[in-house]
Ligand binder design. Structure first.
Ligand code: ATP
Length: 606
């Protein structure tokens, strides 16, 4: 339950709505319990009007408000009393309805505001968390917490609180009135209600457990179906349709069994609840009936009590429901707190500054190990890249090339050594200035379900006009292909739009980096999906665009047509060879071997 304390800041933020809402809940219940009293009063009047009726031994006491009303009504004729009381009951119902409307307008609307704020809070926090957090938590879990868990918490901030205050207020008002009317009858007829509340609580817990299981199975089923659709080409090419169908049918069967089990419990639960509630009414009529036989003036009491019992039915049955709603919200808030309390490992250092990120890049004895796998990706790595140099980084897969780029952008922080740009440690720049001024084209391309032009503009804070977007696309050699699409630059990409080829996606992603026009650019194996001719064209363009800029190009292919200031060959996190193309050929090592293979097979990019 302590987990829910995290929500207090929201209650405080919306305190006006909250307290006004509670005021509406209480007043609506006050007016609700006036109706049975007026009904009891009028039935009493009718009974007294019958021939041979004995006068009431102990006239009933009313609260101050009702006493004024009854004193006034008593001054009217019998026919007028009946009419006025009937209209009063109608007016009371109307007042209650209006107050309930305002109660929902305040409390439920407040819960929607809190839900909105909480979703934003979680989303903003996700944005702050670093790369290693996302590597160790799966997307489904992140999605579930921001949607399902936040919704469950809303059930607490809205309906649960509203019903809780409502039931407490109604039970108190009813009890006060019932005890004032007849203490003994009150205790007798209310005896089954605690039992009812307990039974409902237990049954609700069982239902919740079962429905959570059903929910989890449904989520498995959806994931299963989603994977089948997105991996349909792999399934078909490996002729695994039958196996996948079998897997899906098994999941589906598990889901069916559990859903039917839940339906059975619910089928027993609701009628038994009605039966138990009926018991209280039966007791009222039975015990009250006996009392009325002994003293006919008690008829009004029985009528009043039957109405009270019916009024109490819903709140009492809602006790279990509300309790389980609060339990579920507490469990969900616990899950949300787990993430909200994680401090991002990569943050702005206290002394970090917003400054132009340019100058020589120096890796000084850098070592880095991935925490989750213990893999030592860089070992005592030192390299100086002069401002304006274009360098190529090559090496076997897993040799640490991408790690270098990610350390430069502070997706991770080094374990030992340091990385500086323009004489200032990368940690001394704010993340904002570092990442806006160093353009990075990652290995795995990601395009948003948006227009091509907006995908290219993505990293800009200002709006770029079309000529600028087109220029960036032309430099990435993708302009002509975009123009060839049906809606050109307005073509929507992604699941509901056009699917670009792997090479086209890579080039849109390069255009996105080029449009930022930064001083430092890092291309991480981002041309792997394009053919040699296109690659040649892009590198040619890049060579021109990257004049006077520092460029780090990570690749597996050799570009012979262009002169790189330095070529680095990495091996197991260390420099194996470095120098210009000619120097490396003379060295006759890994690079020369790769060059021979590529030229003999015609793979060389230029
Ligand atoms: N997020 C990660 N968590 C744990 N280990 C990682 C992670 N990323 C990379 N590694 C490991 O670190 C080592 C270096 O990986 P890196 O991605 O830098 O290599 P690379 O030279 O870029 O490879 P490739 O050419 O295949 O892209 C590899 O052994 C890899 O398995």
């Amino acid at each position: 339950m302590k987990h829910l304390a995290a929500l207090n800041k929201y209650f405080w933020k919306y305190r006006n709505r909250f307290f006004i809402g509670i005021f509406f809940v209480i007043t609506s219940n006050y007016f609700a319990v006036l109706a049975p009293e007026v009904t009891g009063f009028i039935v009493g009047k009718v009974q007294q009007h019958l021939p041979g009726a004995k006068p009431v031994a102990h006239p009933k006491q009313y609260d101050a408000f009702l006493t004024v009303f009854i004193n006034w009504v008593n001054s009217l004729t019998f026919a007028q009393i009946v009419t006025v009381c009937s209209i009063t009951i109608l007016i009371l119902a109307l007042i209650r309805g209006i107050l309930m409307f305002f109660m929902r307008q305040t409390i439920i609307v407040m819960s929607r505001y809190i839900e909105f704020d909480q979703k934003n809070e979680v989303y903003q926090h996700y944005q702050k968390l670093d790369a290693s957090f996302f590597k160790t938590h799966n997307t489904g879990d992140l999605m579930n917490r921001i949607t399902e868990d936040v919704s469950r918490v809303r059930m607490y901030t809205g309906p649960a609180i509203m019903y809780l205050v409502n039931l407490v207020a109604l039970i108190i008002f009813c009890l006060v009135n019932m005890l004032r009317t007849d203490k003994q009858l009150t205790l007798l007829v209310l005896a089954p209600l605690p039992l009812l509340a307990l039974t409902i609580y237990i049954a609700n817990t069982i239902i919740n457990r079962k429905s959570e299981k059903v929910q989890a199975l449904l989520s498995d089923l959806t994931t299963n179906a989603q994977e089948s659709y997105s991996g349909i080409r792999v399934i078909k090419s490996f002729v695994q349709e039958k196996a996948m169908l079998g897997f899906f049918s098994k999941n589906s069967e598990d889901y069916r069994k559990n859903a039917v089990g839940l339906a059975k419990v619910e089928a027993v639960y609701f009628p038994s609840m009605t039966l138990m509630i009926g018991l209280s009414t039966l007791l009222t009529v039975f015990i009250g009936g006996k009392m009325a036989i002994a003293d006919p003036s008690k008829i009004s009491v029985i009528v009043e009590f039957v109405i009270y019992i019916n009024m109490l039915t819903f709140p009492v049955s809602a006790i279990g429901w509300t309790a389980s709603m609060i339990q579920r919200a507490a469990a969900s808030q616990k899950r949300l707190n787990e993430f909200l309390q994680i401090e991002p490992g990569i943050q702005d250092a206290p002394h970090a500054v917003d400054a132009p990120v340019k100058g020589d890049i120096v890796f000084d004895k850098v070592s880095f190990t991935y925490d989750n796998t213990g893999i030592k990706a860089l070992k005592d790595f030192s390299l100086t890249i002069k401002e304006g140099q274009r360098i190529l980084i090559m090496g076997r897969t897993g040799s640490g090339k991408s790690t270098l780029a990610q350390l430069l952008l502070r997706f991770y922080d080094v374990d030992n050594g340091n990385i500086s740009i323009g004489g200032r440690n990368v940690e001394a720049y704010t993340l904002q200035s570092l990442r806006t001024q160093v353009s990075y084209v990652p290995q795995d391309v990601f395009l948003f379900s948006d227009s091509v032009s907006n995908n290219i503009r993505f990293g800009l804070n200002e709006h770029a006009d079309m000529p600028r977007v087109q220029q960036a696309a032309a430099n990435a050699s993708v302009d002509k292909e975009i123009q060839g699409l049906q809606n050109g630059y307005d073509t929507i990409l992604g699941e509901r739009g056009v699917t670009l080829s792997g090479g086209q996606k890579q080039r849109v992603s390069i255009a996105r980096a080029l449009i930022k026009d930064p001083q430092i650019m890092v291309f991480d194996d981002c041309l792997s999906a394009v053919d040699a001719k296109t690659e040649n064209e892009i590198v040619g363009n890049l060579y021109r665009v990257l004049q006077n800029k520092t460029a780090i190009i990570i690749t597996h292919r050799i570009f012979t047509g262009f002169k790189f200031d330095n070529i680095i060959i990495l091996e197991e996190g260390k420099i194996l060879e470095q120098g210009t193309h000619e120097q490396l050929l003379l060295l006759d090592g890994y690079y020369a071997e790769l060059y021979r293979i590529q030229t003999s097979t015609g793979q060389s990019a230029a």
